[in-house]
Design a protein around this ligand. Sequence first.
Ligand SMILES: [Zn+2]
Length: 187
Amino acid sequence: MVNTAVAGLALPHGPLALPEVHEPGYAIWHLLESVCDPEIPVLSLRDIGVLRAVLPGESAWRIVITPTYNGCPAISQMQDDIQSCLHQAGYQAEVMTCLSPAWSSDWITEPGKQKLHAYGIAPPHALSTSSNEKRITWASASTQRTVHCPQCGSANTTETSHFGSTACKAMYTCLSCLEPFDYFKPY
Ligand SMILES: [Zn+2]
């Protein structure tokens, strides 16, 4: 079921909007809005930037996902969730995993960032467009920027652990309201 290479495909970079009603795969994209990131259940796979393409195939739709990082333990659950969502609606689907271009937190949609904030997770800061620079700076990026508390909005926060509940988040504590919270690390 898992293909690591999707040959000959130019996958889009950046956040993706829902297609217009006349575009191919419109119904599939809309159905998949109900499939959420297993670790952040308020974000659809499109919101978080994992869902990259919906392509017509010979006997089944091909759904292309790019996990948030290589080895992400949630991949198999996302594949199962996509399959069952589309099967229930009567569609045949094949889920393909594509690792290039690599996922970036810049691919999270603006509504997705607002949902993260409302969920109590400080959304990631935007990265530079240079992928080389991105790889070098991501480990320290969260300490260079002000991370605002999603509870009270205070900028008076401190990182308490670089690895929070999952590897893609850091733990912060707000020094104004004293609430701990997760920061989605940019990478
Ligand atoms: Zn606070």
